[in-house]
Write a protein that binds this ligand. Structure first.
Ligand code: FES
Length: 108
């Protein structure tokens, strides 16, 4: 596994972008649970954020793609509104150990 960040740098209900081994990732802390996805919209394959580390909609309930506004559930990455309903963000396995977030990167 690869070290992503310290849990302290990802407070509850925030999102953050990372570049790890040339792979662009987004991590979200929702109520203390960490969810990590590839930073790539399944609609057109582009990065999701509208500004650095801004991946969530205004209410912080969904991940929102900046390009056409698709909304993805934070818990499983499924698109529930927008141009690609039912499509999924690519989930990255993660775990928290001793205050650090670790991820299992896909093979490149
Ligand atoms: S590229 Fe993300 S919704 Fe179109």
């Amino acid at each position: 596994m690869h070290l992503l960040c310290s849990l302290d740098t990802l407070p509850a209900d925030t999102s953050k972008g990372f570049l790890l081994n040339d792979i662009s990732l987004v991590a979200i802390n929702k109520h203390g649970n960490i969810h990590v996805y590839l930073n790539q919209c399944p609609h057109r394959g582009v990065p999701l954020e509208w500004q650095p580390d801004q991946f969530l909609d205004l209410d912080k309930n969904f991940i929102q793609c900046a390009t056409h506004g698709a909304l993805f559930r934070i818990e499983d990455g499924e698109c529930i509104a927008g141009p690609c309903p039912g499509e999924m963000l690519t989930s990255i396995a993660s775990k928290i150990e001793q205050g650090q977030v670790w991820v299992n990167l896909p093979c490149t």
